[in-house]
Design a protein around this ligand. Structure first.
Ligand SMILES: C[S@@+](CC[C@H](N)C(=O)[O-])C[C@H]1O[C@@H](n2cnc3c(N)ncnc32)[C@H](O)[C@@H]1O
Length: 357
């Protein structure tokens, strides 16, 4: 019996020691309690719940992060913006330096007005050189819209590498116009002309590949300012109907795209083309590039024009509107795109020409 008693005594002693030590620990943790009654401001806040403590921690962390930002923009975004600004300013500086270097080089060049011989050497690489910029400017659609208007006996001058070939409606057919009147649509014949024989050879090869079914086609290396009316099919005197007399003297449609920039006398060329266009229903269709609506852009074009002409055979700062006006042809339709640098014209021989004389 003595063993359990010892055990109980030791347990009791143990309990007293544990309680005493817990008391000391809890007293040590708790702040000393004042014996006086706390004022309302001194009164202790009720203990916070787990959720409140969590929310407080989130708030503190957020405040710390915000203190590190500039006007609420995080350091990562600031770094990105800084690098972007630096890249843009470096690139702008580089462009400006290249531009001023090119301008001073261009101004020191002595370039003749007639630079059309440049195409003999650039013909093989012409398509590759213009492809990307034409795509970016959606020139394919503009070429297609223009060339779809061609009808009857068609002449294309300054045909280059034949970039318009795929858009021609080849073969005559009956159709109706916008007023519901019966008209002849499509090309009866097609004559393709360029001053550069290298360019003509590329056009011919392309045509045979793209449109092998159409045989009423001619290819000629000639100056557009002197081109004579020569068609793949001539109307024999016995087969002539009423109104066919003019067929051998005129074209129903003359097309030129990006040609006025390359010839030494664009006004004289247009005048000549007007003289071989059927006087009443004939049309000259132009898609050209030249001066812009904007002075700042024209200054850039002017400054770099000699170097561009020397290298590419094209004066890109010509005032196409002024050239057309001086030619005396009548404007049926006019449109401009790309800051005004791309010009479309539908022209016809002046109708009041006879009345004035
Ligand atoms: C910029 S390229 C345009 C080629 C093509 N029309 C186009 O839209 O891609 C100018 C072309 O005009 C031709 N050219 C320049 N002067 C000419 C002239 N007096 N008569 C005929 N073609 C000429 C050049 O040989 C060259 O092929």
């Amino acid at each position: 019996m003595s063993a359990p008693r010892i055990c109980r005594a030791s347990l009791q002693a143990n309990w007293h020691v544990t309680t005493f030590s817990r008391g000391i620990k809890s007293k040590a943790r708790r702040p000393a309690q004042s014996t006086t009654k706390p004022s309302p401001s001194q009164r202790q806040a009720p203990p916070k719940s787990e959720l409140q403590r969590f929310q407080e921690r989130i708030r503190t962390e957020k405040e710390a992060t915000q203190k590190k930002t500039y006007h609420g923009i995080s350091p990562r975004v600031l770094t990105f913006l800084g690098i972007t600004a630096l890249t843009i300013s470096t690139y702008t500086g580089y462009l400006y330096a290249s531009y001023t270097r090119e301008v001073s080089k261009a101004q020191s060049l002595d370039v003749p007005t007639d630079v059309s011989d440049r195409y003999n050497s650039t013909a093989p690489t012409f398509d590759a050189e213009v492809e990307l910029s034409e795509k970016a400017m959606r020139m394919g659609t503009k070429r297609a819209d223009l060339v779809h208007m061609a009808r009857g006996d068609v002449l294309e001058v300054s045909c280059g590498t034949g970039r318009n070939l795929e858009y021609y409606e080849l073969g005559e057919r009956r159709g109706v116009d916008t007023d519901g009147k019966g008209v002849i649509k499509g090309c009866r014949t097609l004559t393709l002309v360029d001053l550069s024989s290298q360019m003509v050879a590329i056009t011919e090869e392309k045509f045979r590949r793209l449109r092998p079914e159409f045989t009423r086609v001619l290819f000629r290396a000639q100056d557009a300012a002197k081109v004579a009316v020569e068609k793949p099919v001539t109307t024999t005197k016995t087969a002539r109907d009423a109104g066919d007399e003019d067929r051998d003297r005129y074209y129903d449609t003359i097309v030129q795209t990006m040609g006025l920039c390359s010839m030494p006398d664009p006004v004289a060329t247009l005048k000549h083309l007007g003289s071989i266009t059927e006087p009443s229903r004939g049309r000259i269709l132009l898609l050209e590039h030249g001066r812009s609506y904007y002075g700042w852009l024209n200054r850039i074009l002017d400054n770099l024009a000699p170097a561009h002409a020397d290298r590419h055979g094209c004066w890109w700062n010509r005032d196409i509107g002024a050239i057309v006006k001086e030619s005396g042809l009548e404007v049926v339709e006019e449109k401009r795109w790309h800051f005004g640098t791309t010009w479309k014209y539908v022209l016809r021989p002046r109708q009041d020409h006879g009345e004035k004389e």
